[in-house]
Design a protein around this ligand. Structure first.
Ligand SMILES: [Cu+2]
Length: 149
């Protein structure tokens, strides 16, 4: 079982939350790092999350789907424009990276079931076209946070 299989294995989730928060997460040739979300007011219906994906391989990949149980809808946005998976902005170039960060492309969490609290963690499921599916624990930082804490 490869790393990807391990992430998907039942019963691994508690272990992931314990051990992997500060560590980069590897899926195939991709390394996911700098994962965080910003706290919202309790009644907020939307929030934002950020992460960085580095591609150590020789083939480009791209994000084709984002999901999180805390939100009814999850998508990448840039400058108010919705970016479905087809869009170039979600590509992870070979040897390059895709960065979601404040002021740039962000992961929009819409239809939140409740606001995001400081210290809360939730899983974000990212589906890459080639590397496959990876569940990433996202830790919620302060409302004014500008990076992972
Ligand atoms: Cu947005």
């Amino acid at each position: 079982m490869g790393i990807k299989g391990a992430w998907l294995a039942a019963g691994m989730w508690a272990l992931i939350l314990d051990s992997a928060l500060a560590d980069p997460i590897q899926v195939g040739d991709l390394v996911v790092d700098q994962v965080w979300a910003r706290a919202t007011i309790p009644s907020a219906k939307s929030g934002v999350a950020y992460l960085t994906v580095r591609n150590t391989g020789s083939q480009a990949d791209r994000i084709i789907s984002l999901q999180a149980p805390v939100a009814g809808e999850v998508m990448a946005m840039s400058h108010g424009t919705r970016k479905p998976g087809e869009v170039e902005g979600l590509a992870v170039p070979a040897g390059g990276s895709l960065e979601f960060k404040p002021g740039g492309t962000h992961i929009m969490l819409s239809e939140l079931s409740s606001g995001l609290k400081v210290g809360q963690q939730f899983p974000l499921t990212v589906t890459f076209e080639k590397a496959g599916i990876v569940e990433i624990p996202v830790k919620v930082g302060k409302p004014a946070a500008m990076g992972p804490e």
